[in-house]
Ligand binder design. Structure first.
Ligand code: SF4
Ligand code: SF4
Length: 128
């Protein structure tokens, strides 16, 4: 490589935009179709277990008796089956991937327990 070619490369690099992104100072913009982390809205869940039965990666466990919904985000393959299946639309996908972690821990959600007897959401009707 001649010195002239070398100098030309240096000069052009000085005035070009950097080829790399200043991450994490500048967060990445994901395209609309990105399938990322599963987000749960437990308020609407009826613990029917349809998401668990459809999941090809066995990433979801629903325990109806305890009103407990859990996911292992490290097993999830972002197929979107659970999101499409849920009859209550409690599942959605965040346009962001699961962050790495030293432990492959599960994320656990419980149905909200009413703070006051008058608040009947997620509780059984009286007398049943
Ligand atoms: S399919 Fe929806 S409503 Fe049924 S258990 Fe899963 S998240 Fe809850
Ligand atoms: S996106 Fe697919 S793999 Fe991930 S939890 Fe839902 S059904 Fe399972």
């Amino acid at each position: 490589m001649s010195y002239l070619h070398f100098a030309r490369t240096i000069l052009s690099s000085l005035f070009k935009k950097p080829a790399t992104r200043n991450y994490p100072a500048v967060p990445r913009k994901y395209p609309e179709i990105t399938r990322g982390k599963i987000v749960m809205n437990i308020e609407n869940c009826i613990f029917c277990g349809m998401c668990m039965r459809k999941c090809p990666a066995d990433a979801i466990t629903v325990t109806r008796a305890q009103k407990k919904w859990e996911i292992n985000p490290f097993s999830c393959i972002q197929c979107g089956c659970c999101v499409e299946t849920c009859p209550k639309k409690c599942l959605s996908m965040q346009q962001q991937y699961t962050q790495p972690a030293p432990q492959k821990s599960e994320e656990v959600f419980y149905a909200r327990v009413p703070d006051h007897p008058a608040d009947s959401r997620n509780s059984k009707p009286a007398g049943k």
